[in-house]
Ligand binder design. Structure first.
Ligand SMILES: Nc1nc2c(ncn2[C@@H]2O[C@H](COP(=O)(O)OP(=O)(O)OP(=O)(O)O)[C@@H](O)[C@H]2O)c(=O)[nH]1
Length: 307
């Protein structure tokens, strides 16, 4: 896909978020002087737009440091907010690199049901394929037959092999088969779907521990990545998921999906500020090429409504 059309999609995707922040910030201006009361209002506007109290306080402090007492127009305020959002996003906008030696790089993908995990795995595979990497999928979410079928359908559609077992089968054994097959076939990236049953933390922890143990026997470096897929429409609840999964699954990076059609895209900034985990890519639609790594400066401007 051309960069222009991705940009359009990005704009379209974040439209509701930027409208919300824009509206909230517009209410602020009128008081043209950036004094304490205006700063209070800016901070409130950022919190109301899901950027979270911590990012809001940080942006407020920076604005105050740079522009306190100055007269500021609405557009200048939005530009300044965009600059500070970019500061927060820059360190975490880190695409996944396929660097594992020996191959394959093993990526465990976790996330609660409905977060967009399966679709995101297909989109990631597609991204890697575009870079000429050989990709294989492993259907480690054996909890539901539908999940295995859905992954297999995607694999067929994008033309990548998939390792699968029976419903209720042992995920660790599928991962084992996956690594062996990927190694034999010279595959670069093995993406493993896992069950995301947060309802039962103990079970999930045990399952992941077993997968790690099996992987460790084949390659002590694996899994190289533990990617948590989050649904942006869940707002603050998505942040709570980071907290839990970080603790129980050793998350190494995030992918945030469904940023299209939600006014809650500010949660991307909240996640960046609060957790500092790499955000590998963002999803702005249901199509195969609707997931990309992101340009933090551009996304910041889109969110603040000045792009
Ligand atoms: N609008 C939009 N929809 C998305 C995005 N990513 C995934 N979806 C949709 O979200 C729904 C759930 O996605 P799945 O991939 O099935 O999610 P899952 O987490 O694997 O969920 P289960 O299979 O139910 O466990 C599907 O209808 C996807 O098309 C996105 O970035 N934007």
């Amino acid at each position: 896909m051309s960069e222009t059309s991705w940009k359009d999609r990005l704009f379209g995707g974040f439209r509701k978020t930027s409208e919300r922040l824009s509206t909230n910030l517009t209410e602020v201006v009128g008081t043209a002087k950036l004094d304490d009361s205006t700063l209070d209002n800016v901070e409130d506007a950022l919190i109301m737009s899901d950027l979270g109290p911590s990012a809001a306080a940080r942006i407020r402090a920076k604005l105050s440091e740079k522009k306190f007492g100055l007269n500021i127009t609405e557009i200048e305020l939005k530009e300044a907010v965009a600059d500070e959002i970019a500061e927060i996003l820059r360190p975490v906008a880190v695409p996944i690199e396929i660097t594992a030696f020996p191959r394959p790089q093993v990526l465990l993908v976790i996330g609660v049901n409905g977060s967009g995990k399966t679709t995101t795995i297909a989109k990631m595979a597609h991204l890697f394929q575009e870079d000429d990497y050989g990709v294989m999928l492993a259907a480690g979410d054996t909890f539901r037959a539908a999940a295995i079928g859905q992954l297999a359908t995607w694999a067929e559609r994008i033309g990548v092999p998939v390792i699968r077992g029976p419903e209720g089968g042992d995920p660790a054994s599928i991962v084992f088969d996956g690594v062996k097959a990927a190694t034999d076939q010279g595959i670069d990236a093995l993406i493993v779907d896992t069950a995301g049953r947060l309802q039962n933390k103990r079970e999930l922890m045990d399952e992941l521990a077993k997968i790690r143990k099996v992987l460790g026997r084949l390659n002590p470096e694996a899994p190289h990545d533990v990617v948590l897929v989050l649904d942006a429409t869940n707002g603050q609840n998505a942040l709570a998921q980071i907290e839990v999964f970080k603790e129980i699954a050793g998350v190494t990076g995030l992918i945030m999906t469904k940023l299209d059609g939600t006014a809650r895209g500010g949660v991307l900034v909240a996640a960046a500020e609060q957790y500092g985990l790499p955000i590998h890519a963002i999803g702005v639609g249901e199509k195969i090429d609707d997931l990309r790594p992101f340009d933090p400066d551009l996304v910041a401007r889109v969110i603040a409504g000045v792009a």
